[in-house]
Design a protein around this ligand. Structure first.
Ligand SMILES: [Zn+2]
Length: 240
């Protein structure tokens, strides 16, 4: 027997609300019949049609959809947006995900390449690893924002972008976030496959240079800012 999907769960809830969608059978027979079809017989298709027509949507799906739409609307190079999209869907081949796909890894290969202490999961690598936290702290200082440290990548994405009050600032922050996660993943691969390592300072300099170029390409905020102005802390305050 297969598992019941989220959509079907919503459908079942709707069906259980009763008597909407079902009615007691007539005559002496004790039972229910499906009112959404002429013959009173339930079918999966008719239930899906009800869901569609009544716009019954799973809130989890809606939040996910909105999040993904925001990623694709953010002006950023495609390769970076794809990495962010995969991250927010937990589809990057981090060590824990490789294990789930039955890729066998030696115990030492499962550990985070940055701290060598914890098993590499997306949440650890992109939010809670000590080196990653240092990077985010520097990025926040540069942008001129102060937020808590969210425990998950999805919360991190939502909080980071929403620190901007104006639409264009939110777009810029989203672009910077996408750039950071793309580069965290790039640096992780460089370390694992090429043995290259970079310091937090080098990471920050590179992300500032890349996002400065992306901003000029996509024209998100004041493209006349020179790199020295772009580079200094409290970036957002200079753009308001
Ligand atoms: Zn770590």
């Amino acid at each position: 027997m297969r598992e019941v999907g989220r959509g079907e769960l919503g459908m079942r809830t709707e069906m259980e609300k009763g008597p909407q969608g079902k009615r007691e059978g007539g005559g002496n027979k004790d039972g229910w019949e499906w009112t959404e079809t002429a013959d009173g017989i339930y079918s999966t298709k008719s239930a899906y049609d009800v869901i569609k027509s009544r716009n019954i949507v799973n809130p989890h799906h809606t939040a996910d959809k909105r999040r993904m739409a925001e990623v694709w609307k953010t002006p950023a190079p495609h390769k970076a947006a794809v990495t962010a999209w995969r991250l927010l869907r937990n589809r990057l081949p981090t060590c824990d995900n490789l294990e789930k796909r039955r890729v066998l890894l030696a115990d030492e290969d499962k550990k985070c390449h940055q701290c060598n202490e914890h098993i590499e999961t997306a949440s650890h690598l992109f939010t809670s690893c000590t080196k990653t936290q240092e990077i985010w702290d520097e990025i926040q200082k540069w942008c001129g924002m102060c937020t808590a440290r969210p425990p998950s990548t999805t919360m991190h994405w939502e909080m980071f972008g929403h620190c901007g009050r104006k639409k264009k600032i939110r777009k810029l922050l989203n672009m910077i976030w996408i750039g950071c996660v793309w580069m965290l993943w790039k640096k992780r691969n460089e370390k694992i496959f090429e043995g290259k390592e970079s310091t937090v300072g080098e990471f920050i300099q590179e992300i500032k240079a890349r996002t400065w170029g992306w901003n000029r390409t996509f024209g998100i905020v004041d493209v006349a800012l020179n790199f020295v102005e772009w580079n200094s802390n409290e970036l957002i305050s200079r753009l308001v």
